[in-house]
Write a protein that binds this ligand. Structure first.
Ligand SMILES: NC(=O)C1=CN([C@@H]2O[C@H](COP(=O)(O)OP(=O)(O)OC[C@H]3O[C@@H](n4cnc5c(N)ncnc54)[C@H](O)[C@@H]3O)[C@@H](O)[C@H]2O)C=CC1
Ligand SMILES: O=C1O[C@H](COP(=O)(O)O)[C@@H](O)[C@H](O)[C@H]1O
Length: 250
């Protein structure tokens, strides 16, 4: 990817995990609604803008070859007015501007909460190693909250822009990104743990592989798991290094 990559929500946890490893690998254009404490902490240009601001997003995406779209309200308790504006309208603005600017691919931060109700009738067994139930990305969403509905909506917007405008789009249903070690005393979190370095590697794969429209799961190679990594491995070349079982905290 020679053209700039727009990274929305650059100041957050996922943005930090990506930039920690990949700051020097792309020409980044970072964007966040909050100004950075120190712009020198970020590679390239830093754009302060809200993804709900159509004109600002059109300017920000100009000349980019790809967008990694992370910005949004990440709270699983987020109310409808917030996810409607920040997550659904914001994603529509980003995708629409990307198409008009000729952007080739968009990588979208979706979530485990888009499919959380698959767990309802299977927990806690599906969090344990003896259970071989897997979601593989081909299933319909079953959101666990309005935040999950907004993430499923982002996936659907991507589907539309792929089919209508040939945009390469991948939705990464991120599990539980936690720095340094898996969540403690939390089986579900251990089953969907995503380490920082695996996160960066997965988004790197999303920026380099060839695909049309994909939904992949973003977790490390945990012994406990109920999300399949096959699609991410086969389509994107994802090779995770971490496994929550290595921490032996269960
Ligand atoms: N951290 C995790 O384990 C997971 C994260 N995700 C998704 O990944 C994305 C990033 O999550 P985190 O980095 O954890 O969240 P975060 O809250 O740490 O970072 C989000 C960033 O986006 C910015 N932002 C929020 N609304 C914005 C708007 N309207 N316009 C511009 N910037 C805006 C915030 O200022 C913040 O810097 C979110 O879309 C979240 O839903 C999905 C699943 C798991
Ligand atoms: O989508 C998200 O998921 C993670 C993990 O979910 P949780 O139910 O284990 O908390 C969450 O931490 C993050 O805030 C959210 O954006």
């Amino acid at each position: 990817m020679d053209d700039p990559v727009l990274l929305t929500g650059a100041s957050g946890h996922v943005g930090t995990a990506i930039l920690d490893e990949l700051a020097g690998d792309y020409e980044w254009r970072c964007l966040d609604r909050d100004p950075p404490t120190d712009p020198d902490d970020y590679p390239g240009e830093f754009v302060v803008a809200n993804v709900t601001d159509e004109d600002a997003i059109r300017d920000a995406v100009e000349g980019c070859g790809a967008v990694v779209h992370l910005a949004g309200d990440p709270r699983k308790t987020a109310p409808w007015d917030s996810v409607l504006a920040n997550n659904i309208d914001g994603t529509q603005n980003v995708l629409s501007a990307a198409i008009d600017a000729g952007v080739e691919r968009v990588v979208f931060a979706s979530s485990n909460h888009a499919v959380k109700h698959y767990e309802t009738e299977r927990k806690p067994d599906l969090y344990r190693t003896h259970d071989d139930f897997r979601l593989d990305g081909s299933e319909l969403p079953r959101p666990g909250n309005l935040y999950g509905v907004s993430k499923a909506s982002g996936e659907l917007l991507g589907r539309y822009y792929h089919d209508e405008h040939d945009l390469s789009f991948v939705a990464v249903r991120i599990g539980n990104l936690t720095k340094d070690h898996p969540p403690k005393d939390y089986e579900r979190g251990q089953a969907m743990w995503l380490s920082y370095r695996d996160c960066a590697h997965l988004f790197d794969c999303c920026l380099t592989a060839d695909y049309d429209y994909e939904i992949v799961y973003g977790i490390s190679d945990n012994d406990r798991k109920y999300y399949s990594l096959e699609n991410a491995k086969e389509v994107l070349g994802y090779e995770p290094l971490d496994n929550s079982a290595d921490w032996n905290e269960e």
